[in-house]
Write a protein that binds this ligand. Structure first.
Ligand code: FE
Ligand code: ZN
Length: 508
């Protein structure tokens, strides 16, 4: 059949506008029961415009190209044993954190965007969500395929999906995402597409990918770029849905602002783990967390909200606290991970002199004053054969689930920040004004939080001893603890000792 060639816009129009209809056997509200209970008012779904207007055949073609390139690079990475070209095996701990804590979020995004692809009554929005659902599944898969090579040579990468559902520090990303998934469809998309993907995603992917490039990990750079090109589509979806809601009805403005405040803070707390990865786990850091925050949040997002102010939106609440925290965040999180590494499937260590000097240079106002003395003391203790771990269980924040390690950065940065709320006669602890507000706005939801420490105390995590809990996490003994002297470290030294000749041959 010689059908007339339609242009992309027409084909997209047929795909997204021609496929929907007003239902008659059942009322529309029964067919689409989820998109109205949150109070968002939509007068005209046809006003939704997807700037990408991607049709299914074009989508498969683009994605197939990207897959071909990615898998060619992963293959050659594996065949050349390119893990030997890393700057140092310490770097791999960033990958452990990534596959344990981030890849499962990609899978969660896949599931929930598929749900949205069914539940919005506008066809254009449904198609955009469906495409994103497929993207997210691809991200999860390509990350697993890429990192499976590292799993052959390093510990802690063997069972990330199992770990994600159980391990204390992974409860930080998991609880955030499940918070979004248990909201309505508009809250989810505001959270994931706007607060996370539009406002904060650069703070995850850009440092992570340039970090990989600076440390010899071309496989990760490639999956990062492959995902990042989808990300620009996702960020557009995030921004479009916000504008769409705001243009449809003025009653939507306070609801959307509330979600932005809440999910900015929740997603930002998840990124505290990334700050530690960026400043401490990367042997060569391309930029500090503080510098990245300045560029990607203060400058870029500041400009974005200048634009959005004409819709009646303002910057997310407590953004100034997050900016003040950028001086402290990575050091506090690294210190906490260091204290509890005996119960983590990754290693920590005290930064060497070169790294300490880099941190002093990047954080002239805080590192030497607040953090260097502590790390130097830990180093002395290690030298004396006294590498310490904190053997108790920490108080967790009821919302973000991070151990109480943040401080009062606006008033006294040496003082632990802690808030207490009362609800039905019980006390609930949060780490900040941001987390406290979230709790107090929906206490019924957050009193149900699955807090890892409480669950251990209640006997729900494999037993009463730490070793029981670690078994229940599916950790092997060699996954945890200090890096120096670990199996990863010994293997790396053996390779580097023996393989100098092989490396020369490979280069030649
Ligand atoms: Fe993704
Ligand atoms: Zn918190």
């Amino acid at each position: 059949m010689a059908a007339a060639r339609l242009n992309m816009r027409k084909r997209y129009g047929l795909l997204t506008r021609g496929m929907g209809w007003e239902t008659t056997y059942q009322p529309m509200d029964k067919v689409f029961p989820y998109d109205s209970f949150e109070g968002i008012k939509i007068k005209d779904w046809d006003k939704w415009e997807d700037p990408f207007r991607l049709t299914v055949d074009a989508y498969w073609k683009f994605q197939a190209e990207k897959e071909k390139k990615l898998y060619a690079i992963i293959d050659s990475f594996a065949q050349n044993n390119a893990q030997l070209n890393l700057t140092d095996a310490r770097y791999v701990n960033a990958l452990k954190l990534f596959i344990q804590g981030v890849s499962p979020l990609e899978y969660g995004a896949h599931r929930h965007f598929a749900h949205l692809g069914r539940q919005f009554r506008g066809e254009g929005t449904r198609v955009a969500c469906q495409m994103q659902a497929i993207d997210e599944l691809r991200h999860c898969q390509t990350q697993m395929h890429t990192l499976s090579h590292y799993n052959k040579h390093f510990n802690g990468l063997h069972d990330s999906i199992h770990m994600f559902d159980r391990v204390w520090y992974l409860s930080v990303p998991k609880s955030y995402f499940e918070d979004a998934m248990t909201g309505g469809p508009f809250e989810f998309i505001t959270s994931v597409s706007f607060a996370f993907e539009y406002i904060l995603t650069n703070l995850l992917f850009v440092p992570f990918m340039s970090g990989a490039a600076h440390n010899g990990d071309m496989a990760t750079v490639t999956f990062g770029f492959s995902a990042q090109s989808d990300e620009s589509r996702h960020m557009t979806l995030g921004l479009e849905i916000i504008k769409f809601m705001l243009e449809q009805h003025e009653d939507n403005i306070p609801i959307v602002q509330g979600w932005i405040d809440k999910h900015f803070w929740r997603a930002y707390r998840v990124l505290s783990l990334v700050s530690a990865m960026q400043d401490y786990m990367l042997p060569n850091s391309p930029m500090s967390w503080k510098e990245a925050w300045q560029i990607y949040f203060v400058e870029n997002i500041g400009a974005l909200f200048n634009d959005l102010s004409r819709y009646g939106l303002r910057m997310p609440k407590y953004h100034e606290v997050a900016t003040a925290e950028s001086e402290h965040l990575s050091h506090q999180i690294w210190g906490t991970l260091y204290n509890f590494t005996h119960a983590a499937a990754l290693h920590t260590w005290i930064p060497d002199d070169r790294k300490m000097d880099w941190l002093s240079e990047k954080y002239p106002d805080t590192f030497d004053k607040c953090y260097r003395p502590r790390f130097e003391m830990f180093r002395e203790m290690e030298k004396a054969g006294n590498r310490h771990y904190f053997m108790g269980l920490p108080q967790l924040c009821q919302i973000c689930q991070v151990p109480m390690c943040f401080t009062e950065v606006m008033t006294d940065s040496m003082m632990i920040s802690r808030r207490v709320s009362l609800f039905k006669g019980d006390k609930y602890h949060t780490c900040s004004d941001g987390c406290r507000d979230i709790f107090e706005n929906e206490p019924e939801k957050y009193t149900q939080a699955w807090l890892p420490v409480h669950q251990i105390f209640q006997g729900n995590c494999g037993g009463a001893e730490i070793s029981d809990v670690l078994k229940w996490y599916h950790f092997n003994e060699e996954d945890s603890g200090e890096y120096v002297g670990s199996a990863d470290h010994k293997r790396w030294q053996a390779w580097k000792g023996q393989d100098i000749e092989d490396e020369t041959t490979a280069v030649g």
